[in-house]
Design a protein around this ligand. Sequence first.
Ligand SMILES: [Zn+2]
Length: 86
Amino acid sequence: MSQGPTPTPQPTGTPPPQPSGKYCPCTRCRSRGLMGPAILITVGVLFLIPQFVHRLDFGDLWPVILIVIGAVKLFEYGASTEGHRG
Ligand SMILES: [Zn+2]
């Protein structure tokens, strides 16, 4: 087994621990739930931008969704599994 060093980017401000025992409190598992909302917000913003900037349309902006998915995946990959519950 080869395990590289795991970088642990610390987000500013730590959210309070979840009282429920159902969800794993580790950063990696919590960051997984970030993907859905992040994509929804991004798609919403991408539809909104052409309303204000008329030379841009969704056809120009959709790759941003891929960037956001990649960024969330990267964050998830580097997130700490401290306190992980299997
Ligand atoms: Zn976990």
